[in-house]
Design a protein around this ligand. Sequence first.
Ligand code: UDP
Length: 327
Amino acid sequence: MTTVLVTGGAGYIGSHACKALARAGYTPVTFDNFETGWRDAVKFGPLEEGDLQDRDRLRDVFAKHKPVAVMHFAALSLVGESMSNPGKYWRSNVGGSLNLIEAAAEAGCKNFVFSSTCATYGDQDGVVLDENSTQMPINSYGASKRAIEDILDNFRASHGLNSVIFRYFNVAGADPDGEVGEFHQPETHLIPLMLDAIEGKRDALTIFGTDYDTPDGTCIRDYVHVCDLVDAHVLGLKWLEDEKGSRAFNLGTGTGFSVREVVHHSGSVTNKPVPIIEGARRAGDATALVSGSRRADKELGWKPTRSTLENMIADAWRWHQNGHYDR
Ligand code: UDP
């Protein structure tokens, strides 16, 4: 069977990717340091515990498994934290990714699928965001991801390491079978925090800023279901295996929802009121991030099927109520 090395395979998106890879006939080898991942989320293939800062460990894992490709999910991804502690983001995200990319190149692994982000575009009011939009990140998280895109471009030229770069918009939802789901500690993301507030696990959801230049004053994001998102990764991997080259793709649906709209839908899906507090803006947040590209559809044949807000909230809600991981 064809092996794919999945960094961050014990995390939210990585674990869903492992399930999709296994289903598509690949063997996903999870590489994770369990700083933010969960042991019980590693269900779909072997585990190699390790840290991206450990170059010898990486070398050994490449030698042992001889993966045909890498899917690189492991990263720090909190916008707010990246603003208060940029060094951590540059050291971990950029330094760790550089070690991984070098180890892949050294091992002769030619295919690299990278989790990038729409945060690399920054805050471009009114601009339709496609893959050719200028990348002007306004937070250290986005800056660190853009830097890794640059590293991949350099290694394409120097080592023939081809990459598919996926710029995610906002990932939400959970595996409808309930095998894996979203669970961060601490949680910072809108939908799980809101579900916590609905369940009374926290007092209220604080809306970060109600004075943005949007119809209802709150930030607008493009939410995509995690299962649709990881399907794109399997398509991207096949695209790389067909030796098509290197390419960046936005992964979003093209429809934006404001924070207030997400709150409203959550109330109707769960049939419960959402306690909210209107708070101040969060540093580093862009006003609106919505994909304006159909490239993933046209070139990879990616067709999101689960990414309605109702589906994402319903799947997250089911996971929230029934699923959990133990440390
Ligand atoms: N948000 C909010 N309250 C929260 C968490 C998030 O109002 O407790 C807003 C946040 O400002 C952003 C949107 O919800 O506009 C999505 O934020 P999230 O952290 O889920 O993802 P991000 O856009 O940072 O990747």
